[in-house]
Design a protein around this ligand. Structure first.
Ligand code: FE
Ligand code: FE
Ligand code: ZN
Length: 300
């Protein structure tokens, strides 16, 4: 079973620091942004201590294929403006190349928001953009994993059918899916009826298309279309449903990434990452009150 979290790459150790952080949580996979998720400034690959990072991974039996990269949120392949779409294509092209240079095999992408246009115009823009990115990087095998979205605003990819439409339109085995549990709940699927959700996914998209999971509880009930992540077991999805997904036989070798919010301790308001505790609970297979007592959930 592969479990990890998103980790930073900003410190002086860069990617080496990402690996150290993942190891400190007891993780065997992890996710990084190739730079700040909110902007497009990127430091040169040569400065990111990639070789040292790979060596530390090797020393700890972490596999390169279990690194997940996340593209920034700000580019929108569905944008009504042709100039902005062109910009998104060129930026994503570079991000795919960076993903490969970091030694990773997949990059997670929010498909896009259709904004003022019709949903299907947006979906067609995404298809066209992805085809260009794949063509720009045709010497690479890097996968682009489309994230299941919560349906906030005009987000595309909020239903399995929308993802299937994009995948069919692009028609490349380099397009896969990142299944985000909070988003799937918020978009309206009942994860406490898991067999049905996976059967629907398999029929509409194909379960072999899932190459990454984001494991998050949700602060909101099913269909809320909000996208607010909650710590494992403390939200509307609940520990048991998340555990079933994490330990599902069909997906044991797929990286599962926690993106749950930072928490504060009982005494103060120092925010710290919950991942070590959450990974421990997941490995033990049960909610642990003692661990929970050490963290108090915060609104953020
Ligand atoms: Fe995401
Ligand atoms: Fe996510
Ligand atoms: Zn989210």
């Amino acid at each position: 079973m592969l479990i990890g979290s998103h980790v930073g790459m900003g410190g002086k150790d860069k990617m080496l620091g990402s690996v150290k952080e993942a190891l400190s949580y007891g993780a065997n996979c992890f996710m990084i942004y190739t730079g700040a998720p909110q902007n497009t400034r990127r430091s040169a690959i040569e400065t990111l201590k990639v070789e040292e990072a790979h060596q530390l991974m090797k020393d700890n039996d972490l596999k390169l294929e279990n690194i997940v990269i996340h593209a920034p949120y700000i580019m929108n392949l569905a944008n009504p403006s042709p100039e902005k779409r062109e910009y998104a294509v060129s930026f994503l092209t570079n991000e795919v190349i960076r993903t490969d240079k970091l030694g990773a095999t997949q990059i997670v992408l929010h498909p896009g928001s259709h904004l003022t246009q019709d949903l299907y115009v947006g979906l067609d823009n995404i298809i066209e953009g992805l085809k260009k990115v794949l063509n720009n990087t045709k010497d690479l095998r890097t996968l682009i994993a489309l994230e299941t979205m919560a349906g906030k605003g005009t987000e595309c990819g909020k239903t399995f059918a929308e993802l299937a439409y994009i995948i069919k339109g692009v028609n490349s085995d380099r397009i896969t899916v990142c299944f985000d549990t909070c988003h799937v709940n918020d978009s309206g699927y009942d994860l406490n009826n898991l067999d049905k959700v996976f059967a629907d996914f398999d029929q509409i998209v194909g379960k072999e298309k899932i190459t990454a999971f984001h494991i998050n509880d949700s602060k909101n009930p099913r269909s809320a279309k909000k996208d607010r992540h909650q710590n494992i077991g403390l939200g509307h999805i609940g520990f048991d449903a998340l555990k079933k997904i994490i330990y599902h036989q069909d997906f044991l070798n797929i990286p599962k990434i926690l993106e749950t919010p930072y928490v504060e301790n009982l005494e103060g308001n120092m925010k710290f990452p919950p991942y070590k505790h959450e990974i421990l609970m997941i490995k033990k297979g049960k909610m642990n009150d003692q661990l929970l007592d050490t963290i108090t959930n915060t609104e953020n």
